[in-house]
Design a protein. Structure first.
Lengths: 308, 131
């Protein structure tokens, strides 16, 4: 598809064009900037719900049920589901779709995304992929992260509402005290509510929240059993509550903050790439060798590179 | 385009539950650096084609052992045409009688890999045809 043809099809919400755009974005194709520049004013129109939590917690199943719930409430939804890329082969098996049968049957656009070496729970291009997906004309975007560890908190820089899914049996209350993934949840979900220990986990989470400082929004804790479609109504209601809370308070402020964060990242990436083209990759290698041999310290090395 | 990856959708249409072959292929393709979208059991041709379009894959891999390929192959080909997505190629594996293979290739199945095929041959085939 030529760039112009792609743009005009995107403006008609064409599914194939959107799928192709997502590919170009994740390949960091050289033509993609021209497309994104053109469609930029049309993006930013969906409410972004992030779902994160450890592997096997039930994230995909919950996303599937939320998509169905959104449909029932007359929202148009798009889904991005991120899975890890193998650090050895660069390949990936993307299996989130497997659990999203009812969303698929309902015709909801689902895109499986490989993290392609990016850490933090998302792919480096996820932000732009959300914008690309918005060319479907959807007003909700569900983003499922890689099965996340304690430090994978990048979703919070992307989502309007972040849902952290936990399951019983992963650790004691000290785990809940640690900073990281639990801190970023606007809504905390205890999934697998039919398993022993789920009540206790919900209590521990509640305790953890009560120890912290009081904020305007206190994350609700919701117990679900996703495989039996239990508790999803309440989860949906809380998402809508949080959305309302943001709209009254600070949504533009937080969205602006996120765009600023992205801009800073992109700028540093661009400046780095430019510098690299200017001085050549060899220079970095030379400098690394000199640092290794203790001929130069890292701070002076950076000063010298910048001066070049 | 050095960041481009080959994307393959592996589907197991029909009603039998023998997905070991599909899983072995998915794993082998992953280990060769491809991105594999695994859709699981009992997928209808409509599900498969819709998923392939959304995922913007180069190949659909169909694993069928039940004999249902006589219905599913033509249907998948027809649906791809309907969506103007004939550029997505179809490869197949499982139990497909040898004498039928020329017929299926003629109507639009790109390649058929029967039992005993080395995964290396499949990977090579996909790599060669994407380039």
């Amino acid at each position: 598809m030529k760039t112009n043809e792609l743009i005009s099809k995107l403006k008609q919400n064409d599914v194939r064009a959107v799928a192709r755009l997502l590919t170009l974005i994740e390949n960091e194709d050289k033509n993609v900037e021209a497309v994104l520049k053109n469609i930029w004013p049309l993006t930013g129109k969906s409410y972004i719900i992030g779902i994160t939590g450890p592997p096997g917690a039930g994230k995909s199943t919950i996303v599937d049920l939320l998509a169905k719930m959104a449909l029932k409430n007359n929202f148009k939804t798009g889904i991005l589901a991120v899975d890890p890329t193998s650090p050895f082969s660069g390949g990936a098996v993307l299996g989130d779709r497997l659990r999203m049968n009812s969303a698929q049957k309902a015709g909801i656009f689902i895109r499986s995304v490989a993290s392609r070496g990016h850490l933090g729970g998302l792919a480096s291009t996820t932000r732009f992929m959300i914008n690309g997906l918005e060319m479907l004309g959807n007003n909700i975007t569900l983003v499922e992260t890689v099965g996340a560890g304690q430090g994978d908190v990048e979703i919070v820089k992307v989502a309007d509402t972040t849902i952290v899914v936990e399951v019983p049996g992963l650790g004691d209350e000290v785990q809940a005290q640690k900073a990281g993934i639990l801190e970023i949840g606007d809504i905390l979900v205890v999934n697998k509510g039919d398993r022993p220990g789920s009540d206790r986990l919900a209590k521990e989470l509640k305790m953890m929240l009560s120890l912290g400082e009081h904020k305007k929004w206190t994350p609700p804790i919701i117990t679900t059993t996703a495989t039996k479609d239990l508790g999803i109504d309440e989860l949906w209601n809380q998402i809508m509550n949080h959305r309302e809370h943001l709209e009254n308070e600070e949504i533009n402020q937080t969205r602006l903050g996120k765009i600023k964060y992205d801009l800073e990242n992109q700028l540093s990436q661009h400046l780095y790439t430019r510098k690299l083209i200017q001085i050549g990759e060899n220079e970095i290698e030379n400098m690394a060798e000199r640092i290794f041999n203790r001929d130069i310290d890292p701070f002076t090395a950076i000063e010298e590179i910048i001066k070049q | 385009m050095d960041k481009a990856k080959i994307r393959v959708l592996i589907a197991k249409p029909g009603l039998d539950g023998h997905d070991r072959g599909a899983k072995v292929i998915a794993r082998a393709l992953r280990d060769s650096g491809m991105e594999v979208i695994y859709t699981g059991l009992r997928q209808s041709p409509e599900d498969i084609v819709e998923a392939a379009i959304q995922e913007d894959v180069h190949f659909i891999g169909l694993s069928i052992l039940s004999g249902a390929h006589t219905h599913i192959f033509p249907k998948v080909i027809e649906l791809l045409k309907e969506h103007k997505a004939e550029d997505i190629k179809i490869i197949a594996g499982g139990i497909i009688p040898n004498q039928e293979i020329p017929k299926w290739k003629e109507i639009g199945i790109d390649a058929i890999f029967g039992p005993g095929t080395s995964t290396i041959d499949i990977i090579d085939y996909i790599n060669r045809s994407v380039k």
